[in-house]
Ligand binder design. Structure first.
Ligand SMILES: NC(=O)c1ccc[n+]([C@@H]2O[C@H](COP(=O)([O-])OP(=O)(O)OC[C@H]3O[C@@H](n4cnc5c(N)ncnc54)[C@H](OP(=O)(O)O)[C@@H]3O)[C@@H](O)[C@H]2O)c1
Length: 349
């Protein structure tokens, strides 16, 4: 099978570079072009890389986003939301299947917001999207990085317990703010108890993802979600301390089994970027830790890790700590897995 021609919008940033790494030698997608802003005109290998640029694409010239005119089967967007919205619509109009990491379209009622193991059925929204917008292409999105980890842990629990409320306190890595991100003098030896827009995104995105398709729309899950987000001087890997309130008594041992055994459609379909075990449960008292655990899974960083699963102050309250690699499972890897899922389910034809 010849590989689908693929372009990367915002390919020079933190998430874009992760996508380029994951796309190198991908069996289905071939990266043909990279579009960006101020770095346009440079060779891809000449931009500021945070790792070795993949040899296969090192000599590509970075193109101006303004010159994007379609002509690709698949487009990944790693643009800031201020520019992503219009650029992604333009690509979908031009017939491309767009998979986005940006927030611009996540909450549009006709745009699927998907974590492939959690709500693959929401891709069905593309039918309504095409009808409404007249596109031959499509836009599908992945959520905010913190939400990815949260809903992956909640999904297997929600399959057996009715969740009433979720509260989460996060310790989020520096790379979550992109490059150059938070100035080092503000972050080293420090923690910042505010990430603009993040707490609201976690609450509304989690409810959409855990919601049910109902008559061509998503009926949001009736779960109260509250978040308190902190930026910490860690390179990669968001840690989340989660407090879950259930309707009925909850057993931590049962929850650990549910998490360990959880598999989704990507595992069933054996998609190229699907980890065998999406959730790794750690029983050590002091895990997960970003430095030790962010590379969990295969490809590395595609599994989340969960530890400290314990009962709270009542029989219907559960506490756990999870770690998600924010730029891999929380962004680039999630978008790539979503594109693989959409391709396998026939949405690209
Ligand atoms: N970092 C994470 O962990 C994470 C996780 C989930 C989702 N996201 C989302 O993913 C997207 C990318 O995040 P990031 O962390 O990779 O950001 P980033 O490091 O700041 O990269 C932004 C990219 O967009 C390009 N860009 C910026 N302004 C542009 C413009 N006006 N016209 C054309 N291109 C422009 C940049 O190109 P130049 O370098 O040429 O300016 C760069 O390639 C954002 O929407 C973010 O919210 C990020």
């Amino acid at each position: 099978m010849s590989r689908l021609s693929t372009a990367l919008l915002g390919g020079t940033g933190v998430v874009g570079q992760r996508l380029a790494e994951l796309l190198a030698r991908h069996p289905w997608f071939k990266l043909k072009a990279v579009y960006a802003g101020k770095t346009a005109g440079l060779k891809y290998q000449e931009v500021k890389w945070h790792s070795e640029p993949p040899a296969e694409v090192a000599d590509l010239e970075v193109l101006r986003l303004e010159d994007f005119n379609g002509g690709y089967d698949v487009v990944f967007s790693a643009l800031p939301s201020e520019v992503a919205g219009r650029a992604e619509e333009h690509a979908a109009e031009a017939g491309c299947a767009v998979f986005s990491n940006a927030s611009s379209h996540r909450m549009d009622p006709d745009v699927p917001l998907v974590v492939p193991e959690v709500n693959p059925e929401h891709l069905e929204l593309i039918t309504a999207q095409r009808k409404l917008r007249g596109w031959s292409g499509l836009i599908a999105t992945d959520p905010n990085c913190t939400t990815v980890g949260l809903v992956m842990a909640l999904k297997p629990i929600a399959s057996e317990y009715r969740i009433r409320a979720v509260r989460v306190a996060t310790l989020q890595a520096a790379s979550g703010a992109g490059y150059p991100g938070v100035p080092s003098l503000d972050l080293i030896d420090n923690a910042i108890p505010y990430i603009p827009g993040e707490e609201e995104k976690i609450a509304r995105e989690a409810r959409k993802i855990l919601g049910e398709l109902d008559g061509g729309r998503v009926k949001e899950a009736d779960i109260r979600v509250e978040a308190a987000c902190n930026r910490v001087p860690v390179l990669d890997g968001h840690l989340e301390c989660v407090f879950i309130e259930t309707e009925e008594p909850v057993s931590p041992d049962h929850v650990m089994d549910l998490l360990r055994e959880f598999r989704g459609l990507p595992q069933e379909l054996k998609l190229p970027t699907a980890p065998d075990q999406p959730i790794v449960v750690l029983e050590h008292q002091d895990r997960p830790q970003p430095r030790l655990d962010r590379g969990a899974g295969s490809p590395p960083g595609m599994s989340i890790t969960v530890g400290r699963v314990r009962r709270g102050s009542s029989a219907a309250s559960l506490l756990l700590t999870l770690l998600v690699h924010n730029t891999i499972r929380g962004a680039a890897g999630c978008a790539l897995l979503l594109a693989e899922l959409a391709a396998e389910m026939g949405w690209l034809s």
